[in-house]
Design a protein around this ligand. Structure first.
Ligand code: CTP
Ligand SMILES: C[C@](O)(CO)[C@H](O)COP(=O)(O)O
Length: 227
């Protein structure tokens, strides 16, 4: 048994405001996308890595990732993350399991990848996430609508892992029904299938805004990484 990894990296990075795709930002001499791809390159259970990239960045991406032999394909992304992933899903070879992991999430630990992999062997859909630390309220404009039960909430991370046929069916169903979602497991939920949860960790951040770059630098410093 093994899995293949899909890495969506075709975003605009608009919340970062960097003027170009944030996955090319370097953190201690290595770009975010190289760090993310490196996680799967190092994972013995991963047999191939496929990316969604912006068409105008395909050449740059291929150059950046030339040192990662598990990268088997780079495909054009779509308008939304969901479209980018579907564009890759329909091109990849059929396999037992598929991991989907944000290109902008470079700190997933080997332990987490392993736990998600163990879980997807038994469960057909697996996500990871962490507990909410703050109190979350649903709002209606400037007014509080309700206070949600914190113990029922999960901050969702990637990797998310799936049985290949199930995630393909979930994406195709979502496209047919015009469902727009921000993570892949939501589409599996829509099919009425259960989604298993593995505990992630707070370092597994998605680099989204400028503040995240400071956190990222501090995670790297804490690891004592040498160049
Ligand atoms: N059309 C899109 C949009 C996003 N992504 C990827 O999905 C991941 C998570 O998305 P997000 O953090 O939202 O990245 P961006 O879309 O780049 O950021 P923003 O929403 O701020 O523009 C990123 O690795 C991003 O490159 C993608 O492949 N295709
Ligand atoms: C999939 C995800 O990373 C889970 O937290 C997140 O939903 C991606 O959302 P984005 O708005 O595309 O960053």
């Amino acid at each position: 048994m093994s899995y293949i990894a899909i890495i969506p990296a075709a975003g605009l990075g608009s919340r970062m405001g960097y003027g170009k795709n944030k996955v090319f930002i370097e953190l201690k001499g290595k770009s975010i996308i190289e760090r993310t791809v490196g996680l799967f390159e190092e994972d013995a259970n991963c047999t191939g890595i496929y990316l969604a990239v912006r068409e105008d960045e395909a050449a740059l991406m291929e150059e950046k990732l030339s040192a990662y032999p598990k990268v088997k394909g780079v495909f054009a992304g779509g308008r939304e993350r969901q479209d980018s992933i579907y564009n890759v899903l329909k091109e990849i070879p059929e396999s037992d399991h598929v991991f989907i992991h944000d290109g902008a999430r470079p700190f997933a630990s080997p332990k987490l990848l392993n736990e998600v992999y163990e879980a997807v062997i038994t469960h057909k859909a697996v996500i990871c996430g962490v507990k909410v630390k703050d109190t979350i309220k649903r709002v209606d404009g400037p007014t509080v609508a309700e206070t949600l039960k914190r113990e029922e909430l999960l901050i969702t991370h990637t990797p998310q892992a799936f049985d290949y046929r199930l995630i393909m069916k979930a994406h195709e169903n979502a496209r047919r029904r015009g469902l727009a979602v921000t993570d892949d497991s939501s589409m599996v939920e829509t099919l009425g299938e259960s989604v298993h949860i593995v505990e992630s960790d707070y370092n597994n951040i998605k680099i989204t805004t400028r503040e995240d770059l400071v956190i990222a630098e501090s995670i790297i410093a804490g690891r004592g990484e040498s160049k």
